[in-house]
Design a protein around this ligand. Structure first.
Ligand SMILES: N[C@@H]1[C@@H](O)[C@H](O)[C@@H](COP(=O)(O)O)O[C@@H]1O
Length: 341
């Protein structure tokens, strides 16, 4: 069987990130300047699905880097309840591949009319979302055809990082970003190992994804991808939150896949994983930490490591579907662009 479109697009990640860095440089500088000048007291994100999970990663990146609180907007507050939130002066980040979902567009319009600094991270550059926001940061993925987002998620993780690097004066982040296409290419070489790991989950009906902090949004995205492309009931938990109740599921034999990291959250996460293993959990791991079952390249910066982890997970998810004889490009009931209000 030829490679599914999902895998083909996954393999474009290195060139997408390289292109984005190259073509967005002056735009990211302008956005960083606007943020520095207007000094927003807080930020909100507006997104659905995979894009919303990229926003979870961004939330941790912005909060740990800038100390700026970031909240996720519930779109229906405006679109269905008709409320106008007071977002004057706030930074509003909308993320969408298509830029077409009315709820995201309407919330960005409301925010801009109310005096927010609106930035849209969007792949389709002539979309309604791009027109609604004051600033557009194109994802530069090229057309994404597979229903399951892969390269657009990766591009959503990286698009705002040069802005953060400039605002924080973080030279090591710029260096890590410049190296990232190479690390993503190295990650793609893990294909056979990802396929081997996937083989072990072939008969799992349920899967819990664990992570902390910067990787939590990647775990959310992984859970969504397993539902979409594999029909597996998967949920993401903070490795801390899991102990507050869900841990009970270990007795039922539910398998776990934990994301590892090389950041300030790792010692506590590692301890949590060790405790779970002590409780006989069926736990395997993915990420840059030594000893991870699927070990991704260490990129040298906590904000770029999750990008490689997400890419490695996509290899895992696509191969899991192939092991099961499923076509990840034909998920039942789903279509590429979902329009909600
Ligand atoms: N990230 C937000 C969630 O935090 C929120 O709970 C949800 C609600 O959507 P709605 O209010 O439109 O039902 O929207 C997005 O996904």
């Amino acid at each position: 069987m030829p490679d599914p479109q999902m895998l083909k697009e996954t393999r474009q990640a290195p060139e997408v990130v390289a292109r984005q860095l190259r073509e967005n440089a002056s735009l990211t500088a302008k956005i960083a300047q606007a943020i520095a000048e207007r000094r927003p007291p807080f930020a909100v994100t507006v997104a659905r699905g995979s894009s919303d999970h990229a926003c979870t990663v961004l939330k941790y990146a912005i909060e740990t880097g800038l100390g700026l609180p970031v909240a996720s907007l519930g779109p229906s507050v405006h679109t269905l309840y008709g409320a106008k939130l007071n977002l004057a002066g706030a930074l509003v980040l909308a993320v969408s591949q298509s830029g077409a979902s009315p709820d995201v567009v309407e919330n960005v319009r409301m925010a801009r009319e109310g005096g927010a600094l609106t930035v849209a991270l969007v792949n389709v550059e002539d979309s309604e979302l791009a027109q609604a926001a004051e600033f557009t940061l194109p994802l530069r993925c090229g057309e994404e055809k597979a229903v399951a987002a892969t390269k657009s998620f990766i591009a959503s993780l990286t698009a705002f990082l040069p802005v953060l690097a400039q605002l924080e004066g973080d030279k090591s982040l710029n260096a890590a970003l410049n190296q990232l296409p190479e690390y993503l290419a190295q990650t793609l070489e893990l294909k056979a190992q990802a396929a081997d790991l996937a083989e072990r989950y072939r008969f799992a009906d349920n899967l819990i994804l664990l992570a902390r902090g910067l990787n939590y949004g990647v775990a959310q995205e992984a859970a969504l991808k397993l539902k979409e492309t594999n029909g597996v009931h998967a949920e993401a938990y903070s490795a801390a939150e899991f102990s507050h109740g869900p841990k009970r599921l270990l007795v039922e034999g539910v398998p776990l896949l934990g994301f590892t990291s090389a950041d300030a959250a790792w010692p506590a996460t590692q301890q949590a994983y060790a405790d779970l293993q002590g409780s006989r959990a069926d736990l395997r791991t993915l990420g840059p930490a030594e000893g991870s079952t699927l070990r991704t390249p260490a990129t040298g910066h906590p904000l770029t490591d999750p990008v490689c982890s997400a890419l490695a997970f996509y290899l895992f998810a696509a191969h899991l579907a192939l092991h099961k004889g499923l076509d990840p490009d034909q998920p039942p009931l789903l279509s590429k662009v979902t329009r909600t209000r």
